[in-house]
Structures are given as structure tokens and as C-alpha cells.
Ligand binder design. Structure first.
Ligand SMILES: [Zn+2]
Length: 132
């Protein structure tokens, strides 16, 4: 019966296992920070470690930079879906009364023209203006 166990001599002769004691160097990351400095959207790129990030953002804030937000919002998406001051043509109900085309509410006559008294989900009044 043979054994596959190495003998003591074999162990002693074996090359020492190569345990690299240096950890793999941390890879530098290229980090891009979008911020606004003096009203200008600025992208700050640097190579470094993530744990430097806090110090860098703090430094940027010292420089008067403000975060530009995580998500880049395209101007079209950022624009409100309803434009204040935009005049729309009202709908008319069976009685010939003008109605808000969005809220289907009969318009009221205000000091500055007709208005819709409906409230949106954000608790603000409908800001549509209507052609007389
Ligand atoms: Zn309305």
C-alpha cells in the first residue's frame, strides 16, 4: 500500500509557498464629479481612490461649488410640462360654457381673464390661461 502523503524531507525541500505580502495595489479610479461653480455646470475629473471623494467634495464646496445632481436632466425633461402663461383654447360644454381642456372644469371669469379653479396633484391651482 502506497501513501501519497509527502515525507517530512519532501516538505522541507519544497519551495516556500509564495505568499505575496503586499496587497494588490488599489486601482486608481477616474472619478468625474458634476457640480456647479458660479452657475456654470462643471465636470471635475480626477484619478484617485474613492475614499478621497469626500475630501474632494468638501473642497469643492469650499470653492463655492454646489452639487449638480446625480442625474443629468436634459433641458427638455426639466422643462415643466405645463408652461405658465401659455394660452390654450378652452373646450366648450353643451351649454357653451368654456371648460379647462385639462381638468374639464367650467372656467371662471377672473380679474385677468378666465381661469380654471382645479387643483393639481401638487395642490397648486391650474395655471393655464385661456383665449377669451
Ligand atoms: Zn385646469
Amino acid at each position: 500500500m502506497t501513501t501519497t502523503m509527502p515525507t517530512r524531507q519532501q516538505i522541507d525541500r519544497a519551495e516556500p509557498l509564495d505568499f505575496p505580502d503586499r496587497r494588490p495595489a488599489k486601482q486608481d479610479l477616474t472619478i468625474t464629479i458634476s457640480c456647479t461653480i458660479g452657475g456654470f455646470l462643471t465636470e471635475v475629473c480626477f484619478s484617485g481612490q474613492l475614499d478621497q471623494l469626500e475630501a474632494i467634495t468638501r473642497r469643492l464646496r469650499d470653492l463655492g461649488a454646489s452639487p449638480a445632481g446625480v442625474h443629468q436632466v436634459s433641458p427638455a425633461a426639466a422643462a415643466p410640462t405645463r408652461k405658465a402663461g401659455e394660452k390654450v383654447t378652452p373646450l366648450y360644454n353643451g351649454d357653451g360654457e368654456p371648460m379647462c381642456p385639462v381638468h374639464k372644469r367650467v372656467l371662471k371669469q377672473g380679474k385677468w381673464g378666465m381661469y380654471c379653479s382645479a387643483k393639481g396633484e401638487d395642490e397648486t391651482y391650474c395655471n393655464l390661461k385661456f383665449h377669451e
